[in-house]
Design a protein around this ligand. Sequence first.
Ligand code: UDX
Length: 469
Amino acid sequence: MFTTRSPETTLDPVVDHPRITVLGVGYLGATHAVCMAALGFDVLGVDVDQEKIDELTSGHVPFFEPGLQEQLSEMLHAGRLAFTTDFDQAVRFGDVHFICVGTPQSIDSNAADLTFVERAFEALASRAHRKALLVGKSTVPIGTAERLTAMVTARAPIGDALELAWNPEFLREGFAVDDTLHPDRLVFGVASGWAERQLRAVYAPILRRGTPLVVADLATAELVKVAANSFLATKISYINAMAEVCEATGADVDVLAEALSYDERIGGRFLKPGLGFGGGCLPKDLRAFAHRAEELGVGRAVAFLHEIDDINTRRRLRFVDLVRDLAGGDLQGARVAALGAAFKPNSDDVRDAPALDVARMLALEGAIVVVYDPEANENAHRTYPDLDYAGSLREAVTDADVVALLTEWEEFGRADPDEIGALVNRRRIVDGRHALDAVAYREAGWTFRALGQPAGAGHVAPYEAEPVT
Ligand code: UDX
C-alpha cells in the first residue's frame, strides 16, 4: 500500500456528506454524476448544453454505455440527482464541484484544448461566495492545476478559501459504471490537508472497501493519468510492432502474444494485436503528453511516444493492403463489408476509431464500402455521410467481395462462416481484431487473412489468455 503524504493541514471543517455538482455531463461527467448519486450523495449535473440537460433530466443517456441508463433512472427516481444549465444554482448548491468537461485535441496542433476547462473553473470561481472544493477530473497537461489555482484565487470573491484539487479518472468506455463505483485505485492531487480530507469524505464509501489511495501533489496527479494512458498505448503498439516483424518473417503474432502473456511480469492484457488503439482518450492523451513534454524541455524523454503513434497508424495502412490483396490488387469498384465502426466493442464512440478510418481509406481507393456497427452506425454516418450503412450484419455482407472485421463485437464472433458465406459474392475475409476462428472460416472455404499472421495461420479458437480490457 502506498503511504499517504499529507500536505500541511488546515483547521477548516470538512463537510461529511457534501452536496456535489458535476460540471460537464458528457460521457465522463454523466457517469460520474450518476455514480456519485448511487453512492448516496445529492448531486447536481451542470452543462451549457440545454439539449443534453433535457435528455438527462428526462432519464435518457445520450450515448451508449451499458448499465448507465438503469442507474440514471433509479437515481432520478430516488430524488438524489438533478440537472441544470444554471451556474448560480450550481455554486449555491455544491460543497464539492467536479469539473468533467472535455479536453479535445486542438485543431491546429497536438496540444490539448483547455478552453472548456478554463471556462468551467472561471464560471465557478467568479460566483463563489463560500468555501468549496473544485476538483478537476478532466485530463490536462501537467501544470494546468497550478495555473488554474492562481486564476481561481484571483477571480473568486472569497479568494483562496476556494480550493482546488485534481482527481484523475481511469474509466473505460463500456465499463464506465463499474470502473467508477469499483475503481482499482483513487488518486488525489491536493495542495492542503483540508482538500485531502474533503475528498476522503466524498470517496468514503469506496475507501472503506480498502481501495488503494495515492495522495499526491497536483502535478503528479495530472501526470498519473497521461502516464497511464501512454503506457497502455505503448503496450498495444509494442505487440503491433511485433506484428510488423512477424509479417516480414512468417512468424505468427498471436502465438507470440500468447507466449509472452504467460510471463507474469508482462501479462496478457493490452497485448492484443490488431488494428490498434483509438477512441477519445489514448490517441489524444499520447499526443498532448508529448507536446507538453516538449514545452517543458523534456521532449526527448517521451520522444518514443511519436513512434507509438506511428506504429498505431501503420496498422491501418497495412490492413488496407490486405483487403486490396484479397480484392485482386485493386479496390476500385470492389464491394467491402466493413464490420464495425466504433473504436472498440460495447461503445458507440467513433472518435479516432481505427475501424472508421479504415472504411474511409478503402472508400478513397474506390471501394464500395458498406458499414455495419451494432451501435455506432448513427455516429459513424454523422462523421462520414458518404459511406453506405447497413442495418444488419446480413445486409452488410450481402454481395461483398471482401469482408473486413474492424471492431470485435460479439455478434461478429458468433456469426456462422457458412451462413454469411452464402450471402457474400466471394468468401474472403480480413480479421483486423484477431477475433474470429480462422480454422472454421478456412474449413468453410474462406480465404482468411489477419495482421501479423502468415497466410495459412490462425487458431481454432482466437487467443484469449486474458480479456482485452
Ligand atoms: C482508455 C483507458 O483504458 C482508460 O483507463 C482511460 O480512462 C481512458 O482511456 P478507453 O478509451 O475506454 O479507455 O478504451 P480501452 O479499453 O483502453 O481501449 C483503447 C483502444 O485500444 C481501443 O481502440 C481498443 O480496441 C484498443 N486495444 C486495447 C487494442 O488494440 N489492444 C488491446 O490489447 C487493448
